[in-house]
Design a protein around this ligand. Structure first.
Ligand SMILES: [Fe+2]
Length: 320
């Protein structure tokens, strides 16, 4: 589980020693079983999602892997955990509620930040308050000038955790059957620009969290982020130090343009998948941010599921 970060000094006072902070990145957990209580629960695209879960998804995303994940996080003890969406299967209100006790086991709102995925919105109708029970995991830990947009969403949020400025985006929108696209919208992109500009000249390391990748990442058009180009333009104008996403169920290391240097964009596969295809086997990424006063160095260690022993073990390591 995440442990509280207690720096011996406020960030930015480099003369008092180096800083090191760890962040675990999890995604696409699909932790909630679908319990159908009303016919109307499945009277739309959700009937297809329910069939897919019955046939496939419930055998892929397994409770015992989630337990192994929690156990491994107990050992690696990151300072904070980021979850980039798809906690549920078809985004029923009951699933949103059932994810909360699991998030509490993961560490609670002080130690966990989340953004929703397409499975969490899934099908209309959904209101602006659709993720109200997850709000503590979105709540800013530091006030920003962009608390809520005209669309009623709190996104993007800014949470200051240790030396990081975590900026969470919501790309989750209800879609037609056969589609898993995402969309941010002009309002959210505007507010993202403001937040990135506000945090640019602080000592914080800006980490953007989003479910859909801002790059094609080998995906079909049916799964893309529709306004990825506008997001890349915003990032190119204002910069960020790192972008983390899920949705593709594969590890990927890419880059997008920044104002001074390229911005690393890293995707993590599902952290709960049994993974008949080895590339899709459950993984999570453990980042270490180090700053000796001259700028952040970011190290990413992959933790990967051993399917025989049902434990996570060390995988490849990357310096970003
Ligand atoms: Fe997704």
């Amino acid at each position: 589980m995440a442990r509280p970060f207690r720096p011996d000094r406020p960030h930015g006072e480099a003369e008092r020693g180096p800083i090191s902070f760890t962040l675990a990145h999890l995604s696409d957990l699909h932790v909630t079983p679908i319990r159908v209580r009303r016919f109307s629960d499945l009277a739309n695209k959700r009937v297809l999602g329910w069939l897919s879960w019955r046939r496939k998804r419930r055998h892929e995303h397994r409770g015992e892997i989630l337990e192994a994940l929690l156990q491994d996080l107990d050992g690696t003890a990151p300072d904070h955990v980021a979850v980039t969406g798809d906690l549920t299967n078809v985004g029923l209100a009951e699933e949103i509620a059932e994810a909360v006790p699991w998030l509490e086991r993961l560490g609670g709102p002080e130690h966990v930040s989340i953004v929703p995925g397409n499975h969490d919105a899934y099908a209309a109708p959904v209101g602006a308050d659709r993720f109200a029970q997850w709000a503590p995991y979105f709540s800013p830990k530091q006030a920003s000038s962009t608390p809520e947009g005209e669309d009623g969403l709190v996104f993007p949020y800014l949470r200051r955790v240790g030396p990081l400025a975590l900026i969470g985006l919501c790309s989750a929108v209800p879609t037609a059957p056969g589609l898993a696209v995402g969309r941010l919208g002009a309002g959210q992109l505007d507010r993202l620009g403001t937040l990135l500009a506000e945090t640019r000249d602080t000592a914080a390391c800006r980490v953007v969290l989003i479910h859909h990748p801002p790059v094609p990442a080998g995906q079909s058009g049916r799964r893309r982020l529709e306004d990825a180009g506008a997001l890349r333009e915003t990032l190119a104008r204002h910069g960020a130090e790192l972008v983390l996403h899920g949705h593709t169920h594969r590890t990927s290391f890419e880059q997008v343009d920044g104002p001074e240097r390229p911005i690393p964009v890293v995707g993590v596969p599902s952290s709960s998948a049994f993974g008949h295809d080895p590339e899709r086997r459950a993984r999570y990424h453990l980042y270490r941010f180090e700053d000796d006063g001259t700028g952040f160095r970011v190290h990413c260690a992959v933790r990967v599921l051993d399917r025989e022993r049902l434990v996570f073990e060390s995988g490849p390591e990357h310096r970003l």
